[in-house]
Design a protein around this ligand. Structure first.
Ligand SMILES: Cc1cc2nc3c(=O)[nH]c(=O)nc-3n(C[C@H](O)[C@H](O)[C@H](O)COP(=O)(O)OP(=O)(O)OC[C@H]3O[C@@H](n4cnc5c(N)ncnc54)[C@H](O)[C@@H]3O)c2cc1C
Length: 486
C-alpha cells in the first residue's frame, strides 16, 4: 500500500489549498515545499479579494460573479485575514468617462451576491477626506466594496488547517524525482536527508517551477504556459483614510494603492514576461518607475524610486499574456498509471474553488467525503466578519497590556487563535524577550511550533511584515533566539 493517497509538490497558495481540501475529505496527504510556505508568488500578490473590475471590462461576467461569491466565502471563513474595504476610483478627464465608470460599478453591484457588502456610490472628493491625498480636486470619484487579504497568512492558515486534518506538511523538502508506475514513487531531499515516499496520486503545484518540475522531476512535457512576474512597491503611508485607491493609468491598466500595515502603502501591480530562475525574481528599475509615475498622476505627495522601501515580486505560470493571470488545472489519469494533477496560476480570490475542483477530479479514484471548504472556518476564523472589532476589544480586555495597534495586528493575524499565542500572560514580561515593540518570544515560539517558521525571514517577511520596522539589533537577537529554540 502507498504511504499517501496524494502527494503535493509546492507549498504556495495552490498547493496548501489542495492539501486542505483533500485532507478534509479523508485523503492521506503529504505536501512538500522546498523552501518556506508561501515563499514564492503567493506572498507577492496585490492582496486583493475582489470580483476584478478588469475582468468586468473584458466582459467575463461569469468570472466576476464567481469571484464575488468567493469574496463572500472568504469573509465567512477567514474574517480575520480578509477584511472588507471601500475602493475609490477618481474620475480622470483623460481616462474612462465618468458615466462609463458609474455604469460599470452598477453592473458590479448587480453581479454581487445579495446581502453582501455595501453597493457602489458616487462621491464629491472636493469636500471629502478621500480627496485630501489627491493631487488636484478630481471632483468626482466612485466608491465600491471589495476586500483585502493577508496573502502569506492565508497560505499558512490553509496549511495549519490541512495539518490539523491529518496532512503531513514538510517545508525545506524538495522533490527531486517522481517515477510514475501504478503509484508514484518520489525522491525527496528533506532538510538534507534523502527520503523515498510513495503516493497513489500526485499534484504538481510548483508555480513558476511547474515547467521545470514536469521536465526534470516527472520527465514529462511541460504545461503549455508562460512564466510572468508581477511586482509591487512599498512606500511610506501616502494617505490617512482607510480605503484602497484605484488609479486608471494612461495605458488603461488599473493601479491599486492600498494601506499596508499601519505605516505603509502598497502600490501595484506591474506584470512582465519572465525568464530565469523563479527564486531570483526581482523588480527592474523601469517597473519601479512605471509604478511611481502612475502614483504621481494622482497622489499629492510625490513618490520617487528612491522612496521605495521594498519591492515585492513573484513569478508564476499563466496561460494568458502577461498582465492576465489565467490559471490552469490539468488532470491526467490513464489505465495502470497513477493520476497526476497539475495546477498553477489563477488569483487568490478563487484559490479555494480551484482547489475544490482539482481535488474533485480524484473522486472516481478514491472514496472521499463531499466538498466542505466553503463552510468551515480557517484556523482563528470562527467569528462573524462583523464581529472583528469586538474580537479586537475582547483581546484588549483579556490582555490589558496590549495597545490598540498591537491588538489589531494580532487579531488580524491569528483571529481567535490569539488565545494560543498569548496564553495566560498577565503582562508583557510573561511573553518572553521582546524583538522591537511588537514581536515577543511567545509569538515566535508559536510560529515555530504551529506554523513551520524556521528562519527570521519566515517571520519577518511572511507570517508578519515586521521586517519593515525592525532594526538590525532586534533581528540579530531574533536569529539567536530562533537558533536556540530550534
Ligand atoms: C503576473 C501575475 C499577476 C498576478 N496577479 C494577481 C492578482 O492581481 N491578484 C491575485 O489574487 N493573484 C494574482 N496572481 C496570482 C498569485 O500570485 C499566484 O498565482 C497564487 O498565489 C498561486 O501560487 P502557486 O501556489 O501556484 O505558486 P507559488 O506561490 O509560487 O508556489 C509554488 C511553490 O512550489 C515550490 N516548489 C517548486 N519546485 C519544488 C520542488 N521541486 N519541490 C518542492 N517544492 C517546490 C516553490 O518553492 C513555491 O513555494 C498573479 C500571478 C502572476 C504570475
Amino acid at each position: 500500500m502507498a504511504d499517501y493517497d496524494l502527494a503535493i509538490i509546492g507549498g504556495g497558495l495552490n498547493g496548501v489549498s489542495v492539501a486542505r481540501d483533500a485532507a478534509g475529505r479523508g485523503l492521506r496527504v503529504i505536501l512538500l515545499e522546498q523552501g518556506d510556505l508561501g515563499g514564492a508568488a503567493s506572498c507577492a500578490t496585490p492582496r486583493l479579494i475582489h470580483g476584478d473590475l478588469a475582468a468586468l471590462e473584458r466582459r467575463a461576467f461569469w468570472r466576476v460573479r464567481e469571484a464575488m461569491a468567493e469574496r463572500d466565502t472568504w469573509r465567512r471563513i477567514a474574517p480575520h485575514l480578509v477584511r472588507p474595504i471601500r475602493f475609490v476610483i477618481p474620475a480622470h478627464s483623460d481616462e474612462r468617462p465618468p458615466w462609463l465608470l458609474r455604469l460599470g460599478l452598477l453592473l458590479y453591484d448587480r453581479l454581487a451576491p445579495q446581502g453582501g457588502l455595501p453597493a457602489s456610490a458616487t462621491i464629491d472628493v472636493t469636500h471629502h477626506p478621500i480627496g485630501n491625498a489627491l493631487k488636484r480636486p478630481f471632483g468626482t470619484a466612485f466608491e465600491y466594496s471589495d476586500g483585502l487579504v493577508d496573502d502569506s497568512r492565508l497560505v499558512v492558515a490553509n496549511a495549519v488547517d490541512a495539518a490539523e486534518r491529518g496532512a503531513a506538511i514538510h517545508t525545506g523538502a524538495r522533490c527531486v524525482r517522481a517515477d510514475r508506475l501504478e503509484t508514484w514513487r518520489l525522491v525527496v531531499i528533506d532538510r538534507g536527508h534523502r527520503r523515498v515516499i510513495t503516493a497513489r496520486s500526485l499534484a504538481n503545484a510548483s508555480g513558476a517551477w511547474a515547467g521545470s518540475v514536469a521536465e526534470t522531476v516527472l520527465r514529462m512535457p511541460p504545461p503549455r504556459a508562460v512564466v510572468t512576474k508581477m511586482s509591487q512597491i512599498i512606500v511610506r503611508r501616502l494617505f490617512e483614510t482607510d480605503n484602497v485607491y484605484v488609479f486608471q493609468n494612461h495605458d488603461r491598466r488599473l493601479i491599486f494603492a492600498s494601506p499596508y500595515q499601519r505605516d505603509f502603502t502598497l502600490i501595484g501591480t506591474v506584470a512582465k514576461m519572465f525568464r530565469g530562475d523563479p527564486a531570483a525574481v526581482s523588480m527592474d528599475a523601469d517597473e519601479i518607475t512605471y509604478l511611481c509615475d502612475a502614483a504621481n498622476r494622482y497622489f499629492r505627495e510625490r513618490v520617487d524610486p528612491s522612496d521605495v522601501i521594498r519591492s515585492v515580486s513573484g513569478a508564476n505560470m499563466v496561460t494568458g499574456p502577461a498582465g492576465k493571470r489565467d490559471g490552469a488545472m490539468a488532470f491526467d489519469a490513464r489505465r495502470g498509471r497513477a493520476p497526476l494533477l497539475t495546477i498553477f496560476g489563477g488569483d487568490v480570490t478563487t484559490s479555494r474553488l480551484r482547489a475544490e475542483r482539482a481535488v474533485s477530479r480524484l473522486t472516481p479514484f478514491y472514496p472521499m467525503s463531499p466538498r466542505w471548504t466553503a463552510d468551515a472556518a480557517l484556523p482563528g476564523g470562527d467569528f462573524a466578519s462583523a464581529q472583528f472589532e469586538t474580537e479586537v476589544e475582547r483581546g484588549r480586555e483579556r490582555w490589558k497590556f496590549l495597545t490598540e495597534h498591537q491588538a489589531l495586528r494580532l487579531v488580524s493575524a491569528y483571529g481567535s487563535r490569539l488565545d494560543v499565542v498569548l496564553g495566560d500572560a498577565r503582562d508583557r514580561a510573561d511573553l518572553g524577550p521582546a524583538f522591537g515593540p511588537e514581536l515577543t518570544g511567545a509569538e515566535v515560539r508559536y510560529l515555530m511550533i504551529h506554523e513551520w517558521a524556521r528562519f527570521p525571514d519566515d517571520i519577518l517577511w511572511r507570517r508578519s511584515k515586521l521586517g519593515l520596522t525592525m532594526g538590525p539589533a532586534d533581528r540579530e537577537a531574533l536569529a539567536a533566539f530562533m537558533a536556540t529554540a530550534a
